[in-house]
Design a binder for this molecule. Sequence first.
Ligand code: HGY
Ligand code: MN
Ligand code: MN
Length: 429
Amino acid sequence: MSLFNICILKEVDSLDQKASAKNLEKWIEELDQFNQTPGNGTTRPVYTKEDMEARRYVRDLMSSVGLEVTEDNAGNLFGVLPGEDPSLDPVWTGSHIDTVPNGGKYDGIAGVFAGIEALRMIKESGAPHKRNLSVNVYSGEEMSRFGVCCIGSRAISGRLHLEDLKAHSEPSGKSLYEALKDAGYQPDSFDQEFPCKTPVYASLELHIEQNDVLEKAELPVGIVTGICAPTNLVVEVFGVQSHAGGTSMTARRDAYMAAAEISLLLERLALESDSMYITGTVGEMALEPNAANVIPGHVTFSVDIRSVALEDKDALLEKFFSGIKEIEERRKVRVTTEMMNHDKAVICDKHIVELAREVATDLDIPVMDIVSGPYHDSLMLGDITNVGMIFVPSKDGISHNKAEWTSIEDIARGTDILANTLLKLANEA
Ligand code: HGY
Ligand code: MN
Ligand code: MN
């Protein structure tokens, strides 16, 4: 690895203790009280009352295990375990605690508590480490509230600026800028504070897999080698609103039927693509006026495209846009597309991947390499440091769903690998 001087100053044995499944389970369950939809999955949008209460819980927990807690102007939390030489670039871990609507209680959350447990283990073991270790909570990883994902890690990596905060808003019309202000942050100084000014030596994030590859392979842990990246668009179709009974089928300029045809075009292009890991999804759609006996005159919908290769997304987008043109002409509607983000994938750092594999072998935990279809905060952190990820299995591959479930034992095993790999990274010169 070019940026690492791989010379471990002193042989650091692996930790003499295992992760506490009891801690992990307790923290995951307790955090779930901060939820807008109890009994119907977990809903904790970024910068809402529930999110701010959940942050307070995590801050208190970080302090209680002896970490020094700070917060930046995007609400990112940093729980630091000081090393022997704080002048060295730190090693980071962490994830997010916000959720999609009616989602699960492990997505992101497992990685935050695995990070806190890992630093607790290192502190209690007394194992020496040169570099500061920091477990972080990144704000707003989910795009559900403001249509932009990874708010906190995007800010840290320099991909989010003050003008973006004003450009992104939730359906009620409240902008990300206003939500930050309401939550007590000072967004006006955003461009002075971000991107992150201090170099970071490495970042290693634990996350649930959100697919069923590990479960099918009957393995408790995966070492991530690449993270797919999202391209998100907002598509609007303008047709003619008219009477469902009075307008003949041939006279219609039906905005919804055009939107439906564009959605099916996206699905066909993703299915036909020979790219690994390419996906196309329409997750949000608003019809106007949304009445059973009125042909919709205006439809707005989301498009989410993922791939591990930017050129594969570009190839699909080219066909998608020309297909939209044909639909637009044939159906005599007008279609606009606005690209919200077009992110490039991250290939995880070889040295971190190898180190995590070695630790897994030392701990006698069987692992496999795996690519992440979902994006994560590590995708953004890949702009400023070398990143790695550790996956733990999702039952039936389900996530972004109240049925999301990962066994605490698997999270504990993943945490054992996380803790020992972080310790080794923190002792590299
Ligand atoms: O959508 C994603 O990939 C992530 O889970 N937010
Ligand atoms: Mn998610
Ligand atoms: Mn996540």
